[in-house]
Design a protein around this ligand. Structure first.
Ligand code: NDP
Length: 348
């Protein structure tokens, strides 16, 4: 297999995996990617971006060392991106063992496989702002202490330290991107941002009259996913392996997010949104905002789209999805649906 620029993306069918595949294909990479079961996955996001058939797909279970090592050995990638694993903070309270296993064991399996095979590759690991926990005293940079408040955050913190340890102990080119929330129409419906956009659209169309949400006072730093995958690629193109916080640096409450979405549909959110205390998590983060200063300086990266722009793009994409007849909740949509008809991706 050619050693040109070859990327292997664990979790290629997810939101970030699909946007990253899009970026790297446009940059001329041979792109390979994994799913736990290639035959069973619909790869709806890859189809939605017109990438199905343009990337090479493999089955690999992250918690199965043999399958991880086998796909790395077969592809011999110049770059590996670990974007797979249980990614829902809420679900991690219900499935803590599965969450920790897929994140921690999965990351260590990839690191071990790289070491065991002795291949010359660069490794990116998807870490998360959830490692920090609350950042109520201001934006968190790379040296901010970790205090995760969910099984997901605990797993991401452990995987972060595993990456740092393999970098220091074995000299691997391995780095973690500590990414704050980033959104796109490829997010599954269970995430709160999609729930809000789809809920408001249903109300505007008269198909629903209420939207139930949890605590609206929580505040987050929301960015645009296609820009965040560009930051991942920049980390691996950097001259040395380092960890970076990727964020907009702007904090907005969930209430502001809800208000803007409903405004886009000409609705007053206060008439339709019901607060359901049952939707609160056992422990939640009240403030989560990042300081992207290091990425600005060393990678030349900064977020172009902040929360109001994210809302406008999500609403526009949802309108297109509905206009083109894609059933709600099925992002695979019809072939006529073409997300790329609106400028969502970053230029290659
Ligand atoms: P997604 O959930 O969209 O994609 C993750 C992929 O991992 C899925 O497509 C799935 O692929 C695979 N997966 C899901 N559950 C498991 C499991 N239990 N074990 C193994 N594999 C699993 O996530 P995103 O693309 O949004 O995020 C990519 C990475 O970045 C994740 O690690 C996430 O935790 C992290 N991250 C995301 C942020 C965000 O705001 N989006 C913020 C910070 C970090 P398949 O079913 O094909 O196997």
């Amino acid at each position: 297999m050619s050693r040109g620029r070859t990327a292997l993306i664990f979790g290629i069918g997810g939101q970030d995996g699909s946007w990253l595949a899009d970026l790297l294909v446009r940059r001329g990479y041979a792109v390979h990617g994994t799913s736990r079961d290639r035959e069973a996955s619909s790869f709806a996001n890859l189809r939605r971006l017109g990438l199905f058939g343009r990337v090479h797909l493999h089955s690999a279970g992250l918690n199965d060392f043999r399958s991880v090592a086998q796909v790395i050995k077969e592809v011999r990638p110049t770059e590996i991106y670990n974007l797979a694993g249980q990614s829902s903070v809420g679900l991690s309270f219900d499935q803590p063992v599965e969450t920790l296993d897929s994140i921690v064991h999965g990351t260590v399996n990839i690191l071990e496989a790289i070491r065991f095979l002795g291949i010359d590759t660069r490794f990116y690991n998807a870490s998360s702002s959830e490692c920090f926990g609350n950042t109520e005293h201001g934006p968190a940079g790379e040296t901010h202490s970790f205090h995760p408040r969910s099984p997901y955050g605990v797993g991401k913190a452990a995987a972060y330290w595993a990456v740092a340890n393999y970098r220091e102990a074995y000299g691997l080119f391995a780095c973690s991107g500590i990414l704050f929330n980033h959104e796109s129409p490829l997010r599954p419906a269970r995430y709160v941002t999609q729930k809000i956009v789809r809920g408001a659209a249903d109300i505007a169309e008269g198909r629903a009259d209420q939207l139930c949400l949890g605590d609206l006072s929580v505040a987050r730093d929301w960015g645009w996913a296609p820009e965040y995958v560009d930051a991942m690629a920049r980390m691996l193109a950097h001259d040395q392996p380092e960890d970076f916080v990727i964020a907009t640096g702007r904090l907005h409450t969930l209430e502001e997010f809800v208000r803007l979405v409903f405004d886009c549909f000409g609705l007053d959110w206060r008439r339709y949104v019901e607060i359901d205390p049952g939707l609160r998590r056992p422990a939640d983060i009240t403030h989560s905002v990042g300081d992207p200063g290091k990425a600005n300086r060393l990678l030349g990266w900064s977020a172009e789209t902040t929360m109001p722009g994210v809302v406008a793009k999500l609403v526009e994409a949802e309108r297109i999805r509905r206009r083109d007849g894609s059933p709600a909740g099925n992002p695979a949509g019809s072939p006529a649906e073409n997300l790329m008809s609106i400028p969502l991706a970053v230029p290659a």
